[in-house]
Ligand binder design. Structure first.
Ligand code: FAD
Ligand code: 2HG
Ligand code: ZN
Length: 479
């Protein structure tokens, strides 16, 4: 239903963008095949498109001109940020044009009293966060891909990350957006107001829309002050039940300074150890590990609180063993045991990823049941003949969000058939969500009905049709 790219189309885009480096043109030249690869392949190497044209606009006006032209000429477009998404949403399915936002990377304004930042959507999360650090502020989102992902990509996926527990969702911290609709309309809603009840809050539609209704070009966001004192503890536990008790104790004893509560099972930590060769933080092995971070204003006081918490949970035999980081380097090192898991889990060949929300009591049961399921099917073992290496669970326990990862030696239809839709049915029965924070993309498009009613899916389709009647924005995905 879309048009094929022609030399005439490319000439128009060249004219709009002006600069040669703002465009990778595989339509009129074959010499750029290798350059296109990075834009066609996703982070997991599971999804690959065949786009022949990458456009890198430098201004909102250019985005508007390009989208209007694409809409008028029925050319499909995939908006792309840092291409770190994990559901196959950021790469084309066929030969859609990729609109990469990397050139729009400027900070537009910052209010040093309110902490309100306005920046281009292509700004890299870590670059923005480092910039804010110099001013004593912090970006209210942090995740393992921070060095590559863009704030426009974060907003478009409604990324959750490692500190949602403390700073809440982007639905709360984003105050305004600038976006471009497929017909070229510039949605000019870059509000810098904390409170603004004048009509529908339309920016919320773009938060988590995964590029299906428009391109986000600017973000206004309220950033908290950076806590001068950050402390981290890492501990081992005998069971998931004990991890739940530790979480409850952490909320009770560390409440106002608690900024992260992450959980990893023993195999996740074994994986990081095997791949990196690094020495584990605790002497003995444990079935579960938790990482607790506090962010407050008084290093000694917060440190004492965290030590006292650890002594208490060890005294109650909730926690078997633990360590508190003594300096920034140790803090970074402990965080690597958590942030490193998604990096290493694909080491054996591939990984089936399920990013799910489930009420806390059942959060780890899905990992146990999935492991039993692949074992029963005779698909998991230590040698090459078995596709599955192991099944692991880790994630944002403080947000009741677990990452169920099935590490495989190769992608295998039999594994997929055993797991899908079984995993989604499992989640539906517990009234969980099949996508806690990564979105739907291509990976979960078919399964949206397990977490949303027909009425809700119908309303979403209305919205999509209203904003994008020709369906040019990120087609074949989402709904
Ligand atoms: P991309 O991957 O480029 O795009 C993601 C989606 O957003 C696509 O559908 C794309 O079309 C759309 N999009 C991108 N930019 C725009 C724009 N400007 N306008 C409109 N649509 C746009 N996610 C979490 O939620 N929490 C985590 O803790 C987390 N940790 C991760 C750790 C690692 C190591 C990796 C590789 C990924 C992790 N992710 C996590 C997933 C991913 O990093 C996030 O989804 C991130 O927000 C994607 O940003 P991006 O710029 O890379 O977007
Ligand atoms: C994380 O929390 C990310 O580390 C990635 O959301 C999870 O790769 C995954 O499954
Ligand atoms: Zn996550």
């Amino acid at each position: 239903r879309f048009a094929q790219l022609t030399e005439e189309h490319v000439a128009y885009f060249r004219d709009v963008l002006g600069k040669d480096h703002a465009l990778i043109d595989g339509v009129t030249s074959n010499a750029v095949e290798d350059d296109l690869e990075a834009f066609n392949a996703d982070w997991t190497r599971k999804y690959r498109g065949h786009c022949k044209l990458v456009l890198k606009p430098g201004t909102t006006l250019e985005v508007s001109q390009i989208l209007k032209y694409c809409n008028d000429n029925h050319l499909a477009v995939v908006p792309q940020g840092g291409n770190t998404g994990l559901v196959g949403g950021s790469v084309p399915v066929f030969d859609e044009i990729v609109m990469n936002m990397a050139r729009m990377n400027q900070i537009r304004s910052f209010d040093d009293v309110s902490g309100i930042l306005v920046a281009d959507s292509g700004a890299i999360l870590e670059v923005v966060d480092n910039w804010l650090a110099e001013k004593g502020y912090i970006f209210p989102l942090d995740l393992g891909a921070k060095g590559t992902c863009q704030i426009g990509g974060n907003v478009s996926t409604n990324a959750g990350g490692l500190r949602l527990l403390r700073y809440g969702s982007l639905h709360g911290s984003v105050l305004g957006l600038e976006a471009v609709l497929p017909d070229g309309t510039i949605v000019d809603d870059l509000s810098k107001l904390r409170k603004n009840n004048t009509g529908y809050d339309l920016k919320q539609l773009f938060i988590g829309a995964e590029g299906t209704i428009g391109v986000v070009t600017g973000v206004s966001i309220i950033c908290p002050q950076r806590s001068p004192a950050v402390n981290v503890a890492f501990f081992g536990l005998d069971s998931y039940e004990k991890a739940q008790l530790a979480f409850k104790e952490a909320k009770g004893r560390l409440g106002e300074i608690l900024s992260a509560f992450e959980m990893m099972d023993g195999i996740s930590i074994d994986f990081v150890h095997k791949v990196t060769g690094n020495r584990k933080p605790l002497e003995a092995d444990h079935p579960f590990y938790c990482l607790v971070e506090t962010s407050g204003s008084n290093a000694d006081h917060d440190g004492e609180k965290l030590e006292a918490f650890l002594e208490d949970v060890m005294g109650q035999e909730i926690v078997s063993d633990g360590v508190v980081a003594q300096d920034d380097t140790q803090i970074q090192t402990l965080w690597k045991w958590r942030e490193g898991v998604p990096e290493v889990v694909g080491h054996w060949g591939g990984v089936y990823k399920y990013d799910v929300s489930i009420p806390l009591a059942d959060l780890y049961t899905i990992v146990e049941d999935t492991k039993a399921k692949v074992q029963e099917a005779g698909l998991m073992g230590d040698t090459d003949e078995y596709p599955v290496v192991d099944v692991i669970g880790y994630g944002h326990m403080g947000d009741a969000n677990v990452h169920l990862n099935v590490a495989v030696r190769r992608y295998d239809k039999r594994v997929e058939e055993v797991l899908e839709p079984w995993v989604y049915e499992w989640i539906e029965k517990r009234e969980g969500s099949i996508s806690a924070e990564h979105g739907l993309g291509l990976a979960k498009k078919k399964y949206i009905g397990y977490s949303r009613s027909p009425t809700m899916v119908g309303l979403m389709k209305h919205i999509k049709d209203h904003y994008d009647p020709n369906g040019i924005m990120n087609p074949y995905k989402y709904i």
